[in-house]
Design a protein around this ligand. Structure first.
Ligand SMILES: [Ca+2]
Length: 268
């Protein structure tokens, strides 16, 4: 008898709840962590809406946050079938050297609110002094990201998400590098050009380039590489404090684009 009553009670409860509020809001992960460097990968949050009502609906999520945060979207609108999680990405960045703190992103659909904690981490100690620093390029193809060559992703198989190439196919030179915020001592630069099973360096990689460093307004050529067919090229030189590093790329093995998976610099 008790069991029967319980079975009847459950649908009644659901009906009451859904008449006021038919969309469930979710966000993962919580908290989301953000590193305050210009080219470090953004904090990534997956926003979700689930229609817990009885009919398909269209829902609008408003996305807002503390002024310290830069959000890649302020709205997420979608058609929602019944009982299906519909997702959208949110990227969160902050200016360089934003102080460690916990901020909040607010998600609102109708009467439903979710506050997501956003933890600003300290800038991590890095052996590779280019990691996450501001990249500078002569041009960037629309399918690629300017920061892709200094984002820490060195996997040629993830080339589309984690690499860079220029936007002037068949026209050289192209340049790619980093401007430091203060003079930085380096004595080794490592170039990883595209080198995957499908796209080996000897076919698609950078073939001819100069490595240059800048002190004040003067660029100095440190090395000239010609006829390269390797995926990874390491250049060592006497330690020097520089304001910027760049590659001047004169040709690639397919004579098309200048493809960089990752550019790194060290001082050992
Ligand atoms: Ca990369």
């Amino acid at each position: 008898m008790l069991r029967r009553l319980a079975l009847v009670a459950v649908p009644l409860t659901l009906l009451v709840a859904t008449s006021n509020n038919q969309v469930e809001v979710s966000a993962t992960p919580q908290p989301v962590e953000v590193i305050p460097l210009p080219c470090f990968p953004a904090g990534k949050l997956t926003l979700g809406m689930t229609n817990t009502g009885r009919k398909p609906a269209i829902a609008d999520m408003r996305v807002s946050g503390d002024p310290a945060l830069t959000l890649s979207r302020h709205q997420f609108s979608s058609y929602l079938p019944v009982d299906q999680l519909v997702k959208a990405p949110l990227e969160i960045t902050v200016p360089r050297d934003t102080a460690p703190a916990t901020h909040t992103v607010n998600l609102t659909v109708g009467n439903e609110h979710v506050d997501v904690p956003v933890v600003i981490k300290p800038v991590p100690a890095r052996d590779n002094v280019l990691l996450g620093e501001q990249a500078v390029a002569s041009s960037t193809n629309g399918n690629m990201r300017l920061c892709g060559g200094v984002d820490g992703n060195t996997d040629s198989a993830q080339w589309g998400a984690g690499g860079w190439h220029d936007n002037t196919k068949g026209v050289f030179p192209d340049t790619y590098g980093v401007d430091f915020v203060q003079p930085t001592t380096i004595d080794r630069v490592v170039l990883q050009t595209l080198d995957s099973t499908t796209y080996p360096a000897a076919v698609m990689g950078i073939r001819e380039f100069d490595l240059q460093v800048r002190t004040g307004s003067t660029w100095t050529t440190v090395a000239e590489v010609r006829g390269n067919v390797q995926g990874r090229v390491t250049i060592t030189f006497e330690p020097r404090a520089v304001d910027a590093v760049q590659l001047v790329i004169h040709d690639s093995n397919d004579h098309g684009y200048s493809r960089i998976v990752e550019l790194e610099a060290y001082h050992n």
